[in-house]
Design a protein around this ligand. Structure first.
Ligand code: AMP
Ligand code: MG
Length: 318
């Protein structure tokens, strides 16, 4: 995932990031470090942090810890905690090391748009709004990092999964026997509820056209889509195997049916492509929630603003 970075210890740098991205300033940034042990300088770590570090860092895991004073509240959206991540990409690693400061960086997309997984989308959003764009090639994973909050209850450490990603719930359970899943991952928040992860309250990842997730068996969904394609300008995110059953116009295959890694890699770029063709509506299968599916489900349900259509044997054929 491309990031929009600045010095995480400098309040005015963080303010510039919010301005360039059009992001509400109570939605905190993640700081990126070169080595897992650098977290000591910016936050209060504990043994569970180091267990996570040895299992998953460098890699797509963000850990939330109590912050030290060197990290200003402008970077953390006013919170006393800070989100820390140690990326594995060699270009990101080299930039952070050369900077000598933690790099505060949200995803490099204008707030509310699908995250950028390829440099051309960063250019589309930020050309003229930032000093420099570094081309690090296409993203391998294509989803934002997994986010966990370390908690302590009666002297026992635990984790709350705040945002699912390529490091799955099952993988976290191998390192910690007390992992809970935040309800914000699937649900919408009530009016006065305060999310543990502030980003969860904003609409996210959304293409411009209405995006609708289809829930039903594959045969019925294909029949529904064949019918819709006759009467509407609809873009369809389908599995590769389905491509020959559908009209090829505005068809955007996302990978083989069971290849969730490929779905994750394609999702945001496919949603960006959808924006370019200006369809009346975009359809996709609703993902299951197993393994990497939880992260796909979380991104897609929010991109679709929770619009799910149940497709059964007798959908309304027109
Ligand atoms: P992005 O940079 O777009 O991947 O989003 C970063 C997300 O990390 C935010 O939207 C928050 O949901 C989450 N986050 C960052 N810092 C904290 C924190 N201190 N406490 C809880 N969640 C955080
Ligand atoms: Mg983002």
């Amino acid at each position: 995932m491309y990031g929009l970075g600045g010095d995480g210890t400098n309040p005015s740098s963080s303010q510039k990031i919010y301005a360039a991205k059009g992001r509400p300033s109570d939605n905190p940034l993640i700081i990126h470090i070169a080595e897992p042990a650098d977290a000591e300088k910016y936050a209060y770590t504990n043994s569970l942090y180091y267990k996570l570090a040895s299992a998953f860092m460098p890699g797509p895991l963000t850990v939330i810890l109590k912050k030290k004073d060197i990290i200003p509240k402008e970077t953390t959206g006013g919170l006393d905690s800070v989100a820390i991540r140690c990326p594995s990409h060699p270009v990101a690693h080299a930039i952070i090391k050369a900077a000598g400061v933690p790099i505060a960086a949200p995803s490099a997309n204008i707030s509310g748009r699908p995250s950028a997984t390829e440099v051309e989308y960063v250019i589309e959003d930020f050309d003229g709004r930032v000093d420099m764009i570094v081309d690090g090639g296409a993203c391998e994973i294509g989803l934002e990092s997994t986010i966990v909050l370390i908690t302590e209850n009666n002297g026992k450490d635990g984790l709350i999964l705040l945002r699912p990603g390529a490091i799955t719930y099952d993988a976290l359970c191998c390192v910690c026997d007390n992992v809970t899943i935040s309800p914000t991952i699937e649900g919408t928040l009530g009016e006065n509820e305060r999310p543990l992860s502030p980003g969860m309250k904003y609409r996210h990842y959304a293409p411009s056209a209405p995006f609708i997730l289809l829930d039903g068996d594959d045969d019925n969904i294909i029949k529904f889509l064949q019918n819709e394609q006759k009467i509407k300008k609809c873009a369809v995110l389908c599995y590769d195997e389905e491509a020959e059953l559908l009209d090829e116009k505005l068809l955007l295959p996302i990978g083989k049916r069971d290849d969730k890694i490929m779905h994750a890699r394609s999702l945001f770029s496919r949603l960006r492509e959808c924006d370019q063709v200006k369809p009346d509506v975009i359809y996709a299968h609703i993902p299951d929630k197993e393994g990497l599916g939880m992260a796909l489900y979380n991104r897609m349900i929010r991109a679709a603003a929770h619009t799910v259509l149940k497709i059964d044997d007798n959908f309304d054929e027109r």
